[in-house]
Write a protein that binds this ligand. Structure first.
Ligand SMILES: Nc1nc2c(c(=O)[nH]1)N[C@H]1C(S)=C(S)[C@@H](COP(=O)(O)O)O[C@H]1N2
Ligand SMILES: [Mo]
Length: 448
């Protein structure tokens, strides 16, 4: 029997520990039965090896199912495709540890259920400071101006049609909220990788380099050294971006996400893509770019997204997401059904460039082995790693440690806290540990 809620036969999410009552209901009444059945199948698998089961006669192979004996659905019954009903458990979720303030909230990406490096657009995490809108592209404008006329000679207003005629690029990049893994600073163990690391997604973005637009408007790079990006929502969420990031061509004014227009939740029809930089700078519903000669020190730079250091001072403008990784399978809330072979899999990323190496430990960091990196490795994008593991049925602690092309090594909690103290909310890139019990249960633990 295939447990399609997660991975075939090997892992299943623990049934109730990360679903709210509401979500369980939404998944449908059949789900509990299904899980019960898969428990029975799991029990059978434990009692007898697979070969023995087959010789007893598996009805799933002996009898023709209805999908072989009846007519299928016609094309375009669903003009826009959606996942199988058996994948109804693979959804974005709001964390039980966070409260929603009006429309300002977060939904987390189900990393435990994803493969490869691309996040399906419908599962991309969401972070809104003031809710989202489905903006009419015909009425959307992008204005580019200078805080002083000398910084930019020809201020302009672009329509979406104007922008989409320009030479575009398509690039794969990760986006991570600066607050991702934030709860772990206080050693609050949220149960699953969805909640520890799920403010992370990776897409192919299409758009025009901001550099091209600024040059179209006659920017003076000698004078204009900073860019302020503003969204069209009511959050007055604005961020300063240093001009070097724009000049190297990496910052994109994007309309495309994974081959189609951006989703409304992710900034339709226009968002800024600032590779390697924390999510807050990726301004959604982008409507204005101003160039200036100094950082703007807006509320989201002076009050939020700053790090309280052990000496009592705040660290500001720590925008680049340092090298980090996490094992997504197996991870908290899942369960190993049997000892034996597992493909341990996860993702690594660095705001400073490409991932060079990922090491995995099965004994809480005493011994490390180098994982297989699934290439081609992209600049400032998620990178998938895999490693073979034969579980002997004894307790284990699984960790991954990424190294980027600058030679930076992802730190342990001990190393990170030595520099950063314990009062931070943002920018936690420490090594994540998953503990496996003899029962096969996997949970979130911290190892210093
Ligand atoms: N205009 C606008 N842009 C925004 C935000 C917002 O609330 N309004 N949230 C920011 C934050 S804090 C993050 S982490 C990312 C999240 O992008 P996503 O919702 O596409 O995942 O968008 C950023 N851009
Ligand atoms: Mo964020």
């Amino acid at each position: 029997m295939v447990d399609s809620i997660n991975k075939p036969g090997r892992l299943r999410p623990a049934p109730e520990n990360f679903l709210s009552e509401e979500q369980i209901k939404a998944v449908g009444a059949g789900r509990r039965d299904f899980l019960r059945k898969s428990f029975l199948a799991a029990g059978a698998a434990l009692a007898a090896p697979v070969v023995a089961r087959a010789s007893e006669g598996d009805s799933a192979i002996l009898n023709l199912p209805e999908w072989t004996t009846t007519l299928g659905q016609a094309v375009a019954v669903r003009p826009y495709g959606v996942p199988s009903k058996y994948e109804a458990n693979v959804i974005r979720r709001e964390s039980p540890g966070l409260t929603r303030v009006g429309a300002a909230s977060v939904s987390f990406c189900p990393l435990q259920s994803l493969f490869g490096i691309i996040t399906p657009s419908g599962l991309h995490f969401e972070r809104h400071h003031q809710g989202w809108h489905d903006i009419d592209p015909a009425r959307h404008r992008l204005m580019i101006n200078g805080s002083d006329p000398e910084f930019l000679k020809k201020p302009k207003v672009y329509t979406m049609d104007d922008l989409m005629r320009l030479p575009s690029v398509s690039r794969i990049h990760f986006i991570e909220c600066g607050a991702n893994t934030g709860l772990e600073w206080g050693n609050v163990a949220v149960p699953t990788v969805q909640y520890t690391h799920g403010m992370l997604s990776c897409s192919e973005f299409t758009g025009v380099p901001l550099k091209l637009l600024l040059e179209d408007c006659g920017v003076d790079y000698k004078k204009a050294r900073f860019v302020l990006a503003e969204g069209a929502d009511g959050s007055s969420m604005t961020r300063t971006i240093p001009m070097e990031m724009v000049e190297n061509g990496e910052v994109i004014v994007a309309w495309g996400q994974n081959g189609e227009m951006l989703r409304p939740e992710n900034g339709y029809p226009l968002r800024l893509v600032v590779p390697g930089v924390q999510g807050v700078s990726w301004v959604k519903w982008l409507r204005r770019i101003e160039v200036g000669d100094k950082p703007y020190a807006t509320k989201d730079e002076a009050v939020h997204y700053i790090d309280l250091m052990p000496d009592g001072l705040h660290r500001q403008y720590t925008s680049i997401q340092e090298c980090k990784s996490v094992i997504t399978t197996p991870s908290g809330g899942q369960q190993l059904l049997d000892k034996g072979f597992y493909n341990v899999s996860g993702v690594a990323w660095s705001g400073r460039g490409k991932i060079k190496q990922v090491d995995v430990s099965f004994d809480g960091g005493l011994n490390w082995q180098t994982a297989r990196i699934e290439g081609p490795v992209q600049n400032k994008a998620l990178t998938r790693f895999n490693i073979n593991w034969v579980w002997d049925g004894k307790p284990a602690i699984l960790q991954s440690r990424a190294i980027d092309e600058t030679g930076y090594v992802q730190p342990t909690y001990g190393q990170l806290r030595k520099v950063r103290g314990t009062k931070s909310i943002y920018h936690n890139n420490a090594i994540q540990s998953w503990k496996v019990l003899e029962s096969g249960e996997v949970s979130n633990v911290q190892v210093l």
